[in-house]
Design a protein around this ligand. Structure first.
Ligand code: ZN
Length: 108
């Protein structure tokens, strides 16, 4: 689920909550306009959800290192780079990338 669909689901969820609870509250108060309560409740639910969401949006910092569209790409994981390689002939440790052994001159 990406960010925009999560936001839509959040808003729809609040609209449903508002649409369900507002008519109940209206009924207890003695109002009879249930359709109005349903629509108004849905709108109030979305607004309420947005009001709750707003501080979350403000206080949630966007990640800096991770590219926004490719969260699967790991951020600069330090790899264990071997610092030397062993000569197959004399077992001398040579630097990685060396073509010839520093001790015996063997081709690595
Ligand atoms: Zn060697």
């Amino acid at each position: 689920m990406n960010n925009s669909s999560a936001l839509v689901a959040f808003m729809v969820g609040w609209a449903v909550i508002g649409a369900i609870f507002t008519p109940i509250i209206f009924k207890r108060k003695g109002y009879t306009n249930m359709v109005g309560a349903f629509i108004g409740g849905a709108l109030m639910g979305v607004l309420g959800g947005a009001l709750i969401l707003l501080p979350v949006w403000i206080f949630t910092r966007r990640k800096k290192a991770t590219p926004f569209l490719s969260p699967a790409v790991p951020a600069a994981v330090p790899r264990a780079v071997p610092t030397n390689s062993t000569c197959p002939r004399c077992q001398q440790l040579n630097r990685v990338g060396a073509k010839f052994c520093s001790r015996c001159g063997n081709l690595i």
